[in-house]
Design a protein around this ligand. Structure first.
Ligand code: S3P
Length: 179
């Protein structure tokens, strides 16, 4: 199912909500291109995100994130998976909304904890009590995530099911003439 128009589908949401996996599936099903902002930052910087946080600090990561988003937002017919903190910066939201519909994936704290597991590649979740840390960050970011055009719950659903739900919701949005 190809979408009409050239608008991007932007996936936002907390770490562990499945943005990358679901994004790839949406792109495959819809015949769209796919780009993951974190992967793009890593490619451009020649280092992993945990290494970047460690060596350069979060502010420098955020600067590179906005730089990548500025370029990626100019793409068309692309599914864009953002990092979990991207929408906290209004500049990123402004850029992504110019040519994209923002779909926020949500999940309960327990689901997030299970999905991010002990992978160790989320510097912001390196805490004595990761469950508590997830809860705090989610609360602090809730109002930013809610700025999305569409919210989709992912608990207990496969990436394929979430992807199909997104495409149905996006099609309904397109048909409504809102975008
Ligand atoms: C972050 C989420 C990560 C990555 C970085 C910061 C965040 O992306 O951008 O570790 O602030 O929530 P994922 O949401 O893909 O894990």
């Amino acid at each position: 199912m190809r979408r009409g128009g050239d608008k991007n589908i932007v996936l936002s949401g907390f770490m562990g909500t499945g943005k990358t996996k679901v994004g790839r599936t949406v792109a495959r099903l819809a015949g769209m291109a796919f780009i993951d902002v974190d992967e793009e930052i890593e490619k451009r910087s020649g280092m992993s995100i945990p290494d970047m946080f460690e060596a350069l600090g979060e502010p420098e990561f955020r600067r590179r994130e906005t730089e990548a988003i500025r370029d990626i937002s100019a793409h068309q017919q692309t599914v864009i998976a953002t990092g979990g903190g991207a929408v906290v910066n209004p500049e990123n939201v402004f850029l992504l909304k110019q040519n994209g519909l923002i779909v926020c994936l949500t999940a309960a704290v327990k689901t997030i904890l299970k999905r991010v597991g002990a992978s160790g590649n989320r510097p912001l979740l390196k805490a004595e009590n990761p469950e508590q840390r997830i809860g705090e960050l989610l609360t602090a970011r809730q109002s930013f995530y809610e700025q999305a055009d569409i919210m989709v719950k992912t608990d207990g659903k496969s990436p394929r099911t979430v992807a199909e739900e997104i495409l149905e919701r996006v099609a309904a949005w397109d048909a409504s003439g809102k975008g």
